[in-house]
Design a protein around this ligand. Structure first.
Ligand SMILES: Nc1ncnc2c1ncn2[C@@H]1O[C@H](COP(=O)(O)OP(=O)(O)OP(=O)(O)O)[C@@H](O)[C@H]1O
Length: 291
């Protein structure tokens, strides 16, 4: 259920300026034709999405597979264009925008991918991987110093600089991907299932790295996950997507206490079937204590 309070009023109530605002996002795709003489059906994959992200907040984006989470994330990253609707950052349009403005946006809003093994170029050293966005986005800094600083922040020291991706464990590779994302000193991180494919103890480490980074640097985080317990450990606010729509947008603890949408209930029930050792907070009472 979308909040009954208009977003502009919500912004006033929270008393903070929005960092990113999305209004009325819609997107449809044409499905492959089932028979060659009939055109493929159109399917809505984002439907009337309104979303506001505030500076420094950590927000979870959950939903079943195919609900539209990645499409929304890619739209917010300005790498996929919605059919209709607008996205602004600090009240200025993200697209269309000048090259300089788009470069600023790419520095300010960085992406943490799902699968570092395929997102990190196997031919590049960790040093070159972390420095690459600094050079591409023409960030005014000393790339070597900034690379070392970013690696230090994710708990990787100097000997890692010359390693290649195949010389890293899954957790280390994900930390390199995070270092790459934070090297530009972004204001907001958009992460697509950053913990998938990692063992449970490694997940807990990565959760701690993300939490510490956002606490220490005041960086906002929008994190896509199938796993509500991960979101409960990290995010005070949770968005639930179903069939291309945001069906809940509430404080995480409230969502666990009184889930309103059947999909939210399913996601909460799924958590009780997960191994729990890596998550300090993964039941309703614990989540309540996070408030
Ligand atoms: N370019 C495209 N052409 C056709 N269908 C698409 C395209 N992009 C996305 N879809 C469909 O849109 C729906 C939403 O996809 P999306 O990847 O955003 O969902 P998701 O919630 O991120 O799923 P998952 O959790 O499995 O990654 C899916 O049914 C997907 O198959």
């Amino acid at each position: 259920m979308q909040s009954p309070i208009p977003f502009s009023r919500q912004e006033a109530l929270v008393g903070r300026e929005a960092f990113i605002s999305a209004r009325g996002l819609n997107k449809s795709v044409t499905l492959p034709r089932e028979v060659f003489w009939r055109a493929g059906e159109r399917k809505r994959i984002m439907s009337d999405i309104d979303l506001t992200l505030y500076p420094g907040e950590r927000v979870g984006l959950v939903g079943l597979s195919g609900s539209g989470k990645t499409t929304l994330l890619r739209s917010l990253l300005a790498i996929e264009a919605p059919d209709t609707g607008s996205i602004t950052c600090q009240r200025q349009a993200v697209r269309p925008a000048s090259i300089a403005r788009l470069r600023w946006y790419r520095q300010a809003v960085q992406y943490i991918p799902q699968d570092p093994a395929s997102s990190l170029d196997p031919r590049m050293s960790v040093r070159a991987l972390v420095a690459e966005p600094l050079i591409r986005l023409q960030v005014k800094c000393n790339p070597e110093e900034r690379t070392r600083e970013a690696l230090e922040q994710v708990g990787l020291d100097a000997p890692f600089l010359d390693r290649k991706p195949h010389e890293l464990s899954g957790g280390q590779a994900q930390r390199v991907a995070i270092a790459r994302a934070i090297a530009t000193r972004p204001r907001f991180l958009l992460a697509d299932e950053p913990l998938s494919g990692l063992d449970l103890p490694v997940r807990a480490q990565v959760i701690n790295v993300l939490k510490r980074l956002s606490d220490e640097n005041g960086t906002g985080l929008l994190m896509v996950s199938h796993d509500l317990s991960v979101v409960a450990n990290l995010c005070k606010r949770t968005l639930v997507m179903d069939d291309g729509k945001i069906v809940e947008d509430r404080p995480t603890a409230e969502l666990w206490r009184t889930p309103r949408h059947p999909i939210t209930l399913d996601l909460i029930e799924a958590v009780s079937q997960l191994p729990t050792c890596a998550y300090p907070h993964c039941n309703a009472a614990d989540v309540e204590a996070l408030l």
